[in-house]
Write a protein that binds this ligand. Structure first.
Ligand code: NI
Length: 181
């Protein structure tokens, strides 16, 4: 396994459409293993093959709930539902953050490293990551979906506010539970 260099915005490869994988061989296994190692080393939640200069339809996505990295080969989004709104970033666009609306629930069909087909479901962050990474395979960068860019400070503020709201909700829940007794 080896770390791969992550291409940054400005590199033409990031704007190209990737081609499907047709051969499930050692070269693919090596690519997947390297992408997983590169993703972990950069603390990201997802990485697409074109981001490491390989124009093939391969992505890896971290499921933060299980800490498992999901390998998707030739992924296809089958259905989307609901909407979520929140900040997004990309390993190829360092220090750029923006608010993006994405579906809240996504079902993806893909192949595993042996070529076997499967479907996987994602909610919240996982749904967001599936959409973001599949976009990369069509040469689409997340900035195209941003409706408001955020500075690092604004991003920190956003998360602080989310935490505050969460704490308040927890407090309200406890309070109403006590009230019911
Ligand atoms: Ni990205």
């Amino acid at each position: 396994m080896a770390l791969r260099n992550i291409l940054k915005e400005g590199d033409e490869s990031l704007l190209k459409k990737s081609r499907p994988i047709t051969q499930f061989n050692d070269r693919l296994f090596e690519l997947l293993d390297d992408m997983k190692e590169t993703l972990m080393a950069s603390n990201g939640v997802g990485l697409a093959a074109p981001q490491v200069g390989v124009l093939r339809r391969v992505v890896v996505v971290l499921d933060v709930d299980t800490d498992e990295i999901i390998e998707l080969i030739n992924p296809e989004i089958l259905s989307v539902e609901g909407e979520q709104d929140g900040p997004e970033g990309c390993l190829s666009l360092p220090n750029i953050w923006g608010l993006v609306k994405r579906p809240d629930h996504v079902i993806v069909k893909a192949q595993d490293r042996n070529g076997d087909e499967f479907t996987v479901e994602g909610y919240d962050l996982l749904a967001r990551a599936f959409c973001h990474e599949c976009d990369h395979l069509d040469g689409i960068l997340f900035r195209e979906h941003v409706y408001q860019f955020l500075t690092q400070e604004e991003l920190d503020e956003y998360y602080a506010q989310q935490e505050e709201e969460y704490d308040e909700e927890e407090f309200d829940e406890e309070f109403s539970e006590d009230g019911d007794e």
